[in-house]
Design a protein around this ligand. Sequence first.
Ligand SMILES: *Cc1c(COP(=O)(O)O)cnc(C)c1O
Length: 408
Amino acid sequence: MTFEDAKTRDAADSLAHCRERFRLPPGKIYLDGNSLGAMPASVPDRMAEVIDCEWGDDLIESWNKHDWMGAPERVAGRLAPLVGAEPDELLITDSTSINLFKLLGAALAARPKRSVILSEEGNFPSDLYVAQGMESFVRGSRLQTVPTDAIAASISDETAVVMLTHIDYRGGGRHDMKAINAAAHRAGALTLWDLSHSAGALAIDLDGDGCDLAVGCGYKYLNGGPGAPAFLFVARHLGGELSNPLPGWMGHAAPFAFDPEYRPCEGIGRFRTGTPSILGITALEAGLATFDGVFLTCLEAKSRSLSELFIGETERRCGGQVRLASPREPEARGSHVVFAHPHGYAVMRALIEAGVVGDFREPDLMRFGFAPLYNSHQDVWRAAEAIGRIIASGEWDQPRFHERRRVI
Ligand SMILES: *Cc1c(COP(=O)(O)O)cnc(C)c1O
């Protein structure tokens, strides 16, 4: 494909106008929106307004006057169409790891005769740590991890909950949510999905696929800003059945009655614990607004178009010097692509210095994320060209590119 071909694809792209919704630094090709989404252009003004007018002028009255109190549910309403859920099945709160803890605890309590949390060996470590914490917290519970291809066969009448990340954070492999939900339900187990690497890039259908529980990250493809609040999902049919293992006053039926007995409110609000982070939710709301008018099918089609172009162009330029470490079939992947190179860390550092920003995962993986709202085919073509150039010239092999930094 020539650069002109990439331009032609961009000219025909129905999401091309969304790029203007972001502030993208000039001269940079940003392929790390799967780790930290780009900043929506509306964020500085919106944050300034909330800081000056709401926090600054109206102070505590803002909880009512500006509906700070309703923010976790209101902003969940914006997320609902992006994940195929009803607004009252979603809540914006806490971090992904904490939401995972809450929903794992709720799932174990809802299946008291079963003890196993089933997950896969390569799951995101934080998710496994949370499950390990749960093992010591809920007596008798046990985390069982199996290879990816053994998951379905490992669901048994001991399984309380199947906890998986939809898109693998490393290789980008994708689980068939519908099939795993069906297998879990046949065995009487619940499912808990982590959508951190899916929401905002793919056509997720939580209700249509029969998911029970889910969590996900606000700062990746949802563009909510560093450490943005995360979300949790509880299918409506489970709503009344599950309880929050980390209850707090914000989930009480009458928080300002200061009742010494906990009494959960009706609905998803019971999964609140403490006071919502208003500045964080404000930025996330702006992040979710970048999806206004976007159809999920277009989002996923663009993601595929970008990743296919990237794989083709990178392999054409690098030959056998890099190895595709993601599934080759687009329907088996998420929205990021990983190439292995024996000196992947140094190559990535050289690429970042050249203005192409991806990231690195041990042991040798260079990871490139494609955010369908703001990445273009021209970006992707140029990124592949830079990879080809840096590998062919050997310019990555300089001492400063080999030095490890704190966040990689
Ligand atoms: C990014 C990510 C998280 C992040 O969790 P935090 O609590 O926000 O640090 C969790 N799980 C997966 C699979 C992720 O990709």
